[in-house]
Design a protein around this ligand. Structure first.
Ligand SMILES: Nc1ncnc2c1ncn2[C@@H]1O[C@H](COP(=O)(O)OP(=O)(O)O)[C@@H](O)[C@H]1O
Ligand SMILES: N[C@@H](CCC(=O)OP(=O)(O)O)C(=O)O
Length: 371
């Protein structure tokens, strides 16, 4: 089973408050530098890594000279806004030493449930990965408070894994993995080595959070593994203080707890597209485009002869022949208004027509299922 992780090309690593901060007093710069070193090595070995990191509130509290975590949401949000600067700076410094650039991405759950924003976030992060930049992701605590209340970047890690179709989500924390019971309360608890992410027994083993600064605990990690599995990503929960934890996990060494998914990212995405999509409109395509779609290729604007319905970028649309015969369905890279202007045009004409290019394809093959 661990070979699944050894073969994982795209990984999301999540480091929690329990690790990023020095017991709540600012950032643990040595720890950050060490993850940067490990991620740089993984990159050099051809892996893509996005990093979801907590720590904004703890860093902000230190910068503001606060010794006690406030209870008021607006103060916590202010601390997060101050601290995010330090967090981003610390990562940029750490990765610069390895010749790598970082990019700051602040997201909310709403961003990822809105189709248009979802596609935009997806294209940005995947473009950054292709450019060799390390995306450093945190929640946008200025505009949402749920995450501060629940102290849960685990869910964000899973959402990002879904978003970029990562092969694996590596959650690093202050325990060596999932134990049969909270090891802080039950010294006889034993480490679970691996199991299926959807196995509901694990939820019962996961108690609340361990320290004052973290709130999510193991339960949010198990839920995150279940969510990641829905897009085919395997999850590993491992001890972030174990030397070379990330490298070892990525090499497929038996470390921490592996909660595996039963399908691959692409299978899972296509299944989701096949099962759940209510279509908002249609692309009427010519024979050539229909054949390309049946051969598993993307839909290019040049093969579209007409656009039916009104829809936004990211909407689910069907692709059909003029006879009404359905060929495929998928997520449109363009709104219906934009797509109407692109009918029968080569992709090279998109920029001249719209003034910008979202994607060269009207529907990318990863976002398509043939019928
Ligand atoms: N079954 C369990 N196995 C391991 N840890 C558990 C379990 N149940 C609860 N925990 C607690 O979860 C804590 C990790 O979660 P949390 O403090 O939220 O970390 P992070 O900040 O890394 O997200 C551990 O310190 C531990 O006390
Ligand atoms: N986004 C916030 C808090 C998120 C948080 O604490 O999550 P976790 O590390 O999973 O316990 C921060 O950066 O401080």
């Amino acid at each position: 089973m661990r070979s699944k992780i050894r073969d994982a090309k795209r990984l999301v690593a999540k480091v929690g408050s329990a690790l990023v901060t020095n017991n709540g007093a600012g950032l643990d710069h040595a720890a950050l530098a060490d993850w940067a070193r490990q991620i740089a090595l993984l990159k050099a070995r051809g892996r893509e890594v996005a990093l979801v990191s907590s720590g904004a509130i703890a860093a902000g509290m230190q910068r503001l000279g606060w010794t006690k975590r406030p209870h008021e949401m607006h103060k916590l949000q202010a601390a997060a806004a101050v601290g995010q600067m330090g967090l981003a700076q610390a990562y940029e410094d750490a990765f610069t030493r390895h010749g790598l650039h970082t990019a700051q991405i602040l997201l909310t759950h709403e961003d990822l449930s809105d189709r248009k924003r979802y596609l935009n976030a997806r294209s940005t992060i995947t473009t950054l990965l292709k450019l060799g930049v390390i995306p450093i992701i945190n929640e946008n605590d200025t505009v949402v408070t749920d995450e501060i209340k629940f102290g849960d970047n685990d869910t964000l890690g899973a959402l990002v894994a879904n978003l970029i179709e990562a092969d694996a989500l590596v959650i690093l924390t202050d325990q060596d993995g999932l134990f049969s019971a909270d090891p802080r309360k039950d010294p006889a608890a034993t480490l679970i080595s691996e199991g299926q992410a959807e196995d509901i027994r694990y939820e019962k083993m996961a108690g609340g959070a361990g320290s004052g600064i973290s709130k999510g605990g193991m339960l949010t990690k198990i839920k995150a593994a279940q969510r990641a599995a829905r897009s085919g990503a395997h999850t590993i929960i491992a001890g972030g203080r174990i030397p070379d934890a990330l490298l070892k996990v990525a090499q497929g060494e038996t470390l921490g707890t592996l909660l595996y998914a039963s399908s691959t990212p692409l299978q899972a995405r296509k299944q989701w597209l096949a099962d759940h999509l209510q279509v908002a409109g249609a692309f009427i395509v010519d024979e050539g485009a229909a054949n390309a779609l049946r051969a598993g290729k993307s839909l290019l604007p040049v093969g579209i002869v007409d656009v039916k319905g009104n829809f936004e970028r990211g909407a689910a649309v069907s692709c059909q022949l003029e006879t009404g015969e359905p060929v495929a369905r998928g997520l449109s890279s363009y709104s219906s208004t934009e797509a109407r202007k692109l009918v029968k045009k080569p992709s090279s004409a998109i920029e001249a027509t719209l003034g910008y290019v979202c994607e060269p394809e009207a529907i990318h093959r990863d976002n398509l299922v043939t019928l």
